[in-house]
Design a protein around this ligand. Structure first.
Ligand code: COA
Ligand code: MG
Length: 291
């Protein structure tokens, strides 16, 4: 389970070097918006060197219809990135087309088939919001869905995407919710978008807590200082784990019961599903810590 994805501009050797030591579950080397066209060839080389031999480093390529994506992939796929972040995706078809390209490149570069997964940014274009169901069954490589407000608001010609109080304005709340629903429909994790005020620790903590509450399982980061807060927000607390264990135990002790009471609250199947999920996440985080 990836709680934090840290973006690093692909042309910055200094930031690439720093990114390894900050505890992000995954790193995304960016070849798109944070890199200029002039720096891109160099960034591709740096990305390839950086990714070689690591499975927790992903690559953000340019949009599949930009004319740059193929060169991004050809340069970096020999290093077998953990995944490709696909910006400005129009629909699940873009993810499926990318998957076909990855099949070909993995075979050409002698990389195990299916190594590189795909994380689309599924709300960056207005039209993308009308076809989110297309991610259901689009490709077995689909690792999750994430969303972006910056390109979407630019496409709308909006003056802002967050209000005076810092919260998303309604068009972006809608996009965020649709990403969450689409991910659940496709049975993949939903990853919340970046919090761009990287000096505002309190604001980040509140956005990350809300994301975890709503069902996102991770979040994108743009600055090393954001990673610990994000990891904490998407890790179940001891109290969450204890409660989950009690719910699972209650159903185990009462086979045949569909509905039970715990601390004066009704507990039924959806609570059991959620409790199992919390326990599984806690177990896998513990195993990762030990291993
Ligand atoms: N990954 C790794 N290291 C990073 C980093 C990142 N995303 N962002 C900052 N750092 C490093 C800096 O190099 C600096 O280290 P140094 O002093 O040893 O050079 C340290 O962390 C502190 O950085 P700070 O001074 O607080 O920030 P900044 O002004 O240098 O950079 C940003 C601010 C926003 C430009 C930078 O965080 C960044 O490039 N973020 C990623 C942007 C991106 O990829 N966007 C695309 C996706 S939306
Ligand atoms: Mg962008």
């Amino acid at each position: 389970m990836i709680r934090s994805f840290l973006f690093v501009p692909g042309d910055s050797e200094r930031k690439l070097e720093k990114a390894g030591g900050v505890g992000a579950d995954a790193i995304i080397v960016d070849l798109e918006d944070s890199v200029t066209a002039e720096s891109r060839p160099r960034a591709r080389e740096l990305a390839r060197e950086y990714i070689e031999g690591r499975d927790d480093v992903w690559l953000r390529i340019n949009p599949v219809d930009s004319g740059e994506a193929l060169a991004d992939l050809q340069a970096v796929m020999p290093a077998a990135p953990g995944g490709i972040v696909l910006p400005k995706a129009r629909s699940g078809d873009d993810a499926a087309r990318l998957a076909t390209k990855l099949d070909e490149l993995e075979s050409r570069f002698d990389v195990a088939a299916g190594t590189t997964r795909i994380l689309p940014l599924c709300t960056e274009r207005p039209r993308a919001l009308f076809s989110l169901e297309s991610y259901v069954g689009a490709t077995p490589r689909l690792a999750g869905l994430t969303w972006g407000a910056e390109d979407l608001s630019a496409a709308l010609g909006a003056r802002a995407n967050r209000g005076e109080d810092g919260h998303w304005l309604s068009p972006y709340e809608l996009a965020r919710s649709l990403c969450l629903f689409a991910a659940a429909a496709a049975e993949v994790p939903a990853i919340d978008t970046v919090y761009t005020d990287f000096r505002d620790a309190e604001g980040l903590a509140s956005f990350a807590a809300r994301a975890a509450r709503d069902g996102f399982t991770g979040m994108l980061a743009i600055h090393p200082g954001q990673v610990a807060t994000i990891n904490a927000a998407f890790s179940p607390s001891d109290e969450d784990v204890r409660r989950a264990e009690r719910i699972v135990a209650l159903f185990t002790d009462n086979p045949g019961a569909g509905v039970l009471a715990l601390d004066g609250e009704m507990i039924d199947k959806p609570h059991l599903v959620q409790a199992r999920r919390t326990k599984a996440l806690a177990d896998s985080l513990k195993a990762r810590q030990q291993g």
